[in-house]
Design a protein around this ligand. Structure first.
Ligand code: NAD
Length: 709
């Protein structure tokens, strides 16, 4: 596309309108900056033009820089010659007229304009921190000058989208229009009103709001402290604070130079690469290569839940949170009442924490309707079964749902790993059946695994994928294999962490390594939270099906003596009454030693790196097996699952991206050595071997064709 068509100069009487037209989101790709500069120059040279308005064509203003350019060799205009410098220096007023989004580089262009107006539905923000960088085109210097360092830090550190009205209140926008107003006409009228005002109001010239930092000298250190938990191990948030601090302490040009240095330092960092990868991986999951684009997802309005336990309640909340009416039922009124009480308690906690208002809680609760019988849910568009994880419980439910649900309704199961095809076979409409595997707590965790049955129709799958997105989840397609994709790829990690104990590790040692790596909690602490009895039941079931199943005698021993985790105040750790803090327990250390001695396992000590690799390489190998069997579309889908289902640190990209950072050959060599040392459970998958032989990164691994699904 030529520059000419990306940026057009139009006229609205004596006001020039520079239209940025770079679909789909008017990213500041190659040529756009130059196009804007050329158009404004042309307008300024025209004696009949009194002012210029920048306007985005299509859905928004400018959604940001083009992320695809990041990390590649590219020329940055020298400081003093950027588009922001040019706009700052324009002799005639330039005004940003914003609809849709003005994010990142888009807002930075607007901040260099003399005026900014927006329609009410517009959103502005500087989300760069989310991809591991600092706003690099003056955002960290201009925003604090407009809104003060405190508000600027909040916006820059969260990367949040600030609604227009709030942006006006803060001082980012000069005016907010109704959405029904014609933005072009209103902007031209505004521009005419201010056309002759001099001096031009340049953000770079302001310093009044920066005083806030002098009044509160501890502001920056306090901010560093306040993000310590959330931003652990991460560079970009701290650089953002440094940059805003520079804005308050240095003259504008020196501040800009500081920001530029941070921007260059971070753009090629491992963390920024990983975060960019995660950003694109999350977009990639929506692509379903074997489902024709012409297959349209079905619309849905109403949802029913069968089973009001931990998951049923959480899933009901997820729909209610996004405005959908939900009917919920259970086998007994007691269980239903219990479930509803839990939902009320959860919402009450959100109100106490301030994340939901009292009114909003009431509206959400009103959308969840307890019902007594199957007849009450027959007209719903979607039903999700979330009863006990037993085939014998689920099968009759599916038969009943087949009887009562209206034709075309989707019949979904939240099973964690049971065979979807057996459930579908209980109905006369297997094409309408699929898995909708939410993660716990369902109203919080973002992952939705969409499990594809052998007969699930393309429309069903497209609809469930979209259903997840409509309630704020990240939907990822998975094959119908034991544990599906997320839990199956995680299972070897879960086994390995307990096997490490047999060899001389302690739970707190493993947890520390994983927390240092970036997980919010160590896996043993997570186990205590989820309940050790639950995983023991899963192991029993798998052992019954597979005589080679690797038993975990230490974990079994804890369950035998009633250590179920937090609920019994004792599991891998001990807990004080009413407190969730895990304390290492000498009793557990004794049990571990005793079982290891019974098993005759030689004891050794471990480095942190060894612990990390034992857990994660085991899963990388299994992920390769899943790819090899064609149960997932791509390695990056597995990464998205780990990010949103298991709390894998986002700034490490995901399991497979992390492994690529180590190198496929190194992973394969290590797995080979462990195979010789530990036997079958470390047998390298065929795909891993092929990748290592051809030195192909995991990222590029081609799964088997999905006809095997
Ligand atoms: P839960 O025990 O908390 O709740 C199950 C609910 O189903 C109970 O309220 C029970 O009374 C009800 N129920 C049982 N039989 C029923 C029937 N015939 N008709 C209607 N209701 C019936 O269990 P949960 O943790 O919510 O798990 C539910 C499902 O979600 C299981 O399939 C489980 O594997 C899956 N799952 C659980 C998690 C998790 O972490 N808890 C995560 C993902 C998926």
């Amino acid at each position: 596309m030529s520059e000419a068509s990306q940026v057009r100069l139009e006229r609205q009487g004596d006001v020039a309108v520079v239209v940025i037209d770079n679909p789909p989101v008017n990213a500041l790709g190659p040529g756009v900056r130059e196009g804007i500069i050329a158009a404004v120059k042309q307008a300024n040279a025209d004696p009949e033009i009194r002012a210029t308005v920048l306007l985005g064509a299509g859905r928004g203003f400018i959604a940001g820089a083009d992320i695809r350019q990041f990390g590649k060799p590219r020329a940055r205009p020298p400081l003093g010659q950027t588009i922001q410098d040019f706009l700052d220096g324009s002799a005639k007023p330039v005004m940003a007229a914003i609809h849709g989004y003005a994010l990142g580089g888009g807002l930075e262009v607007a901040l260099a304009c003399h005026y900014r107006i927006a329609v009410a539905s517009a959103k502005v923000g500087l989300p760069e921190v989310l991809i591991g960088i600092v706003p690099g085109a003056g955002g960290t210097q201009r925003l604090p000058r407009l809104v003060g360092p405190k508000a600027a830090l909040d916006i820059i550190l969260t990367g949040r989208h600030v609604p227009a009205e709030e942006a006006r209140r803060l001082g980012i926008l000069d005016a907010v229009l109704d959405d029904s107003d014609d933005l072009r006409l209103a902007a031209a009228a505004f521009a005419r009103r201010v056309a002759d005002a001099r001096p031009l109001p340049r953000v770079r010239d302001r310093s009044d709001r920066l005083k806030e930092a002098q009044d509160e000298p501890g502001l920056f250190d306090a901010t560093r402290k306040s993000i310590a938990r959330r931003a652990r191990n991460q560079k970009a948030p701290y650089r953002c604070i440094d940059a805003v601090e520079a804005a308050c302490a240095l003259p504008m040009d020196e501040g800009l130079a500081r920001e530029r240095a941070f921007s260059i330092e971070l753009e090629n960092s491992d963390q920024a690469r990983a975060l960019r990868y995660a950003f694109f991986a999350e977009r990639e999951v929506a692509k379903l290569p074997d489902i024709p684009a012409a297959v349209a997802p079905k619309d849905f309005q109403t949802v029913a839940l069968v089973g009001a336990g931990t998951m049923g309640g959480g899933i009901a909340m997820s729909f209610a949170d996004f405005g959908y009416p939900v009917k919920i039922m259970d086998a007994t009124t007691e269980a239903l009442d219990r479930g509803l009480q839990k939902i009320r308690d959860n919402y009450a906690t959100s109100v106490r924490r301030g994340s939901v208002t009292e009114d909003e809680m009431r509206r959400r609760l009103a959308r969840i309707e307890p019902v007594a019988s199957y007849d009450d849910i027959g007209q719903c568009d979607i039903v999700i079964e979330a009863a006990f994880e037993e085939m014998d419980v689920k099968k009759p439910i599916f038969a009943k749902l087949d009887e009562v649900m209206k034709p075309g309704a989707l019949i979904l199961s939240n099973t964690s790993g049971l065979d979807i095809d057996q459930l579908a076979a209980m109905t006369k409409r297997p094409q309408d059946v699929a898995g909708a595997h939410f993660f716990s707590p369902a109203n919080v965790m973002k992952l939705l695994e969409v499990v594809r049955g052998a007969k699930s129709s393309p429309t069903t799958l497209a609809t469930v994928m979209q259903m997840g997105r409509k309630i704020g989840k990240i939907s990822v397609m998975a094959g119908n294999t034991d544990g599906f994709v997320a839990n199956r790829s995680r299972a070897p990690f879960n086994a390995e962490m307990v096997i490490l104990l047999e060899e001389g590790c302690l739970p707190e040692q493993v947890d520390k390594v994983m927390v240092d790596f970036g997980y919010p909690m160590g896996p043993f602490a997570v186990g205590d939270l989820a309940g050790l009895d639950i995983s023991a039941a899963g192991r029993r079931r798998r052992a019954a099906q597979n005589s080679n199943y690797r038993k975990l005698p230490i974990a079994d021993r804890l369950v035998e003596i009633g250590r179920y985790g937090q609920k019994t105040a004792a599991g891998w750790y001990r807990y004080e009454k009413g407190d969730r803090t895990p304390h290492p327990d000498p009793e557990v250390a004794r049990i571990i030693k005793a079982v290891a001695a019974e098993l005759g396992v030689p004891q050794k000590s471990f480095t942190d790196e060894e612990i990390l690799r034992r857990l994660l390489f085991a899963s990388v190998n299994e992920a390769c097996r899943i790819l090899e069997e064609g149960k997932t579309y791509r390695a990056s889908d597995i990464d998205v699952m780990w990010l949103h289902g298991f709390g894998f640190p986002r700034y490490r990209g995901g399991l497979m991206f992390w492994a690529d950072g180590i190198g496929v050959k190194t992973v394969d060599d290590q797995i080979d050595r462990w195979h010789q040392q530990y036997g079958e459970r470390w047998a390298p998958s065929r795909l891993l071997r092929q990748l290592a032989e051809s030195n192909t990164p995991f990222y590029e691994a081609k799964p088997a064709p999905s006809s095997a699904w």
